[in-house]
Design a protein around this ligand. Structure first.
Ligand SMILES: Cc1ncc(COP(=O)(O)O)c(C=O)c1O
Length: 474
């Protein structure tokens, strides 16, 4: 167990009470408005330094940051761990930029995060999408099959495979088999494990993809670990990776004024997981299992557990508690809204038939009881359940590359009039948690109907303006 070096260096630095003539402009809080001091506290502002003499440089780490990153790499058992201060969003961009060149094809899941789609547009990459399996009852896309991956790889024109697992709901795909297929074709393997940063720290959690042979893995520390928002880890095994490209990409895409609050938070969470991880997650898992059992006692609500592994899902993160609301005839969106407005309860997300609760260290029994009481009340508002929701129309034809579409002039037009036009933006929604359109794709009548029906159901659709306008290429 190694002490967190950034934490100690920061404590030491601020104790020196140096006269300061440098960024940030709040001057250790002394120049800050009282509102900001009230909100953050003096200590946060004192620690909010960027790179100054005596500390280290993120983009040329030779001191405490280097040391802290090495301790993390040691814990995660990888060649390198890099601290990310712009989230896994930047990690995904760095993974693409480190392994691909303009015009290259890359195999990705259609349920990839928008940062990966953004990476295609910035770097001029050509996507080879694989549509994920969608659970028939829960209507959640969860993963691709080794057979589908092999079909794409057989075409022989994509050297990089970029997978995403677990999904938001904690469902894991069969990474060992997918990696095996990828290795057979000598692919470079990238993993967006944004939702699995906690996996290495408890033996009952699913195995992290780090163990299966990926070349680069990104994890959002802030999503599940007690770390500050925007903090992530990028792990690299150097054998197949040009490390120079990794360093250059990190320096291009990340802020040149990294916050020591973020870096200290990553350093401390590494230390916390190393010292207390197993116990902390034991407690969270116990609470999550209790919550799941109690939800399943409420008539009409269903919180899935390991039984869904029988439906082909490879593994399940027990700390994600999903409540399926289909049988009470109330959409997940509505349940979220009621929880928010009537019960003062904030949840992670909702879709048309589910709400998702994150269980993380610090969740209290009182919060769990409040949620259960609210769900018991809500279950009594039941209505006649609807038939199956909506069939997604599939992946549209690519009329322009993502980069060309991204750089062309755009206009907003009513969605009803967009048939035959080329999408200028990502349009996505829960459900099913898949992009419906990405820049460059041709808009068909089926897609227009699908988006309009989702809208009617109350889905929150990203990429529509004033609920009726869509951005298209001019
Ligand atoms: C699968 C996945 N990858 C990447 C990201 C981006 O992560 P971050 O918020 O750390 O930038 C998200 C965010 O929700 C995500 O769900």
């Amino acid at each position: 167990m190694r002490n967190p070096p950034i934490y100690f260096a920061l404590k030491n630095y601020i104790s020196k009470k140096r006269a300061c003539f440098h960024m940030p402009g709040h001057h250790r809080g002394r120049g800050a408005h009282p509102f900001l001091v009230d909100l953050l506290g003096e200590k946060v502002l004192l620690s909010d330094i960027t790179e100054v003499e005596g500390m280290d440089y993120l983009h040329k780490a030779e001191g405490v940051i280097k040391h802290a990153q090495e301790l993390a790499a040691n814990l995660f058992k990888v060649d390198y761990t890099f601290f990310l201060i712009n989230g896994s969003t930047v990690g995904n961009l760095v993974m693409l930029a480190s392994t691909l060149s303009p015009g290259d094809k890359v195999i990705i899941q259609r349920n990839s995060h928008r940062s990966i789609i953004g990476g295609l547009a910035i770097l001029d990459l050509i996507p080879e999408y694989i549509q994920p399996e969608i659970h028939p009852y829960l209507e959640i896309p969860w993963g691709i099959t080794p057979e589908e991956l092999e079909k794409k790889l057989k075409k022989g024109d994509s050297k990089v495979v970029f997978l995403t697992s677990p999904n938001y709901f904690g469902m894991c795909e069969d990474l060992p088999s997918l990696v095996k297929v990828g290795k057979r074709y000598n692919s470079i393997l990238l993993l967006d494990e944004a939702h699995g940063a906690h996996f290495p720290f408890n033996s009952t959690l699913p195995e992290t993809g780090i163990k299966f042979g990926f070349d680069m893995i990104v994890q959002s520390a802030h999503k599940t670990l007690p770390s500050l928002t925007q903090t992530s880890f990028l792990h690299v095994f150097k054998k197949n990776i040009d490390m120079d490209r990794v360093y250059d990409s990190l320096a291009f895409f990340q802020s040149s004024s990294p916050s020591y609050l973020f870096m200290a938070s990553l350093d401390i969470v590494r230390y916390q997981m190393e010292t207390d991880g197993e116990k902390l997650w034991d407690e969270v898992i116990d609470k999550a299992n209790f919550l799941r059992e109690e939800i399943n006692k409420i008539e009409g609500l269903y919180s899935f557990g390991v039984e869904i592994l029988e439906d082909g899902i490879f593994d399940l993160d027990p700390t994600k508690v999903t409540v399926n609301t289909k049988s009470i005839g109330i959409t997940g969106f509505e349940v979220e809204d009621i929880l928010n407005k009537k019960y003062n309860i904030e949840i992670e997300l909702s879709d048309s038939s589910n709400i998702l609760l994150f269980m993380t260290p610090g969740v209290t029994d009182d919060e769990i009881q409040r949620l259960l009481d609210a769900l018991r009340d809500i279950s009594k508002m039941r209505r006649k359940p609807k038939e199956r929701w909506l069939e997604s129309p599939g992946i549209p034809e690519m009329a322009l590359t993502p980069k060309k579409a991204f750089l062309r002039p755009k206009e907003l037009i009513p969605i009803e009039k967009s048939k035959g036009r080329v999408a200028g933006n990502i349009v996505s929604s829960y459900p099913p948690g898949l992009p419906i359109l990405v820049p460059g794709e041709k808009i068909t009548k089926d897609i227009i109907d699908y988006i309009l029906r989702l809208e009617e159901e109350g889905a929150v659709i990203q990429g529509l303006y004033d609920k009726i306008l869509i951005k298209v290429v001019k």
